[in-house]
Write a protein of this length. Structure first.
Length: 319
């Protein structure tokens, strides 16, 4: 009889323990739901953004070593380097085929990504070349060897242009002995709340969807009086991979349009992405109102910047 009562007691204890564990789990889940509710509904969006930004910055600075921090601080030396001058940002849009970019010789040119394959690059010799974050943004799409191949081609094709890379790619670039004898400016990215009074800081570049945002940010930071965009078409509705070059033959990464839908790149993605890009453009334009659309493409949505005639910029009156 005592054995039966003992077994019943032990069984009851186990049931109580299980019930407590279940209740504790329910409590924890409720607490997490409460935290999510507080984040979503109780914290003002800007306060939440600041909290998340601080959390990310603390994590990033914990990863960065002292040399990374020193390199990021060096960007202050670039501030307003080119006051009184104008520059052209050369994108890879199809409309570049309609423009004589040889006119850019002796101009300050910022080229981006794969534009170094253009036949006239050896003639105009861009001063700066810009890439998006590589491993952090595209590392899950391409093998490291593919990046190395592309960057080796870029190293040759950009001649002596000063390079802009994400600080997160520094170990990878140095380990593969890329751009050893070149000037490299290292930058970092941070979340952006969309505030129009955000200071321009190359150590804290607002997150980007497109390398064109980064190139414009650099031009603003360098202090150019006038910034002209060419080949920045944003005509995604004509196809996802529309460039002045043949991406199947002239891009070492060789993106395949058939894989884009599997990657979630569809019309909805492009519309949401471009809404953010254009808002970033409005922010950058609001600083000095000195950015102009000099594209040759009449079929685009980029109405953020005033439209100017590219050829007229090289007349005596346009300089």
């Amino acid at each position: 009889m005592e054995a039966i009562l003992k077994r019943r007691k032990n069984s009851g204890v186990r049931r109580v323990a299980i019930l407590k564990a279940v209740m504790s789990r329910v409590h924890m889940e409720n607490m997490e739901n409460l935290k999510d509710f507080a984040k979503t509904w109780l914290l003002p969006p800007r306060v939440l953004h600041l909290v998340l930004q601080l959390q990310r910055r603390i994590a990033a600075w914990a990863i960065f070593n002292s040399e990374d921090r020193r390199l990021l601080r060096k960007n202050v030396l670039l501030k307003d380097r080119h006051i009184g001058r104008r520059c052209f940002i050369l994108g890879a849009g199809l409309s570049v085929k309609l423009q004589d970019i040889k006119k850019l010789k002796n101009e300050f040119v910022i080229s981006v990504s794969n534009t170094f394959v253009h036949q006239d690059i050896p003639y105009i010799r861009p001063c700066y070349h810009v890439t998006p974050p590589l491993l952090s943004s595209h590392g899950h799409y391409y093998a490291e060897d593919s990046f190395v191949e592309w960057l080796r081609q870029m190293e040759v094709g950009t001649f002596d242009a000063e390079m802009f890379f994400h600080i997160g790619d520094r170990e990878f670039i140095e380990r593969n002995q890329l751009f050893k004898n070149r000037v490299i400016h290292w930058v970092d990215y941070v979340p952006w709340s969309g505030r129009m009074n955000t200071p321009v800081d190359l150590a804290k570049v607002p997150d980007i969807w497109s390398v064109s945002e980064f190139a414009v940010t650099i031009a603003v930071y360098l202090g150019f009086d006038k910034i002209y965009l060419i080949g920045i078409d944003h005509d995604w509705f004509n196809g996802p991979l529309v460039y002045f070059y043949d991406h199947t033959k002239q891009h070492a990464l060789r993106p395949k349009s058939g894989n884009l839908r599997d990657m979630g790149i569809d019309a909805e993605f492009q519309m949401r992405r471009h809404a953010d890009i254009f808002h970033k453009y409005k922010y950058l334009y609001s600083i000095k109102k000195n950015i102009y659309n000099a594209n040759a493409n009449p079929n685009h949505y980029m109405d953020v910047f005033p439209k100017v005639d590219y050829d007229a910029l090289f007349d005596a009156s346009g300089r």
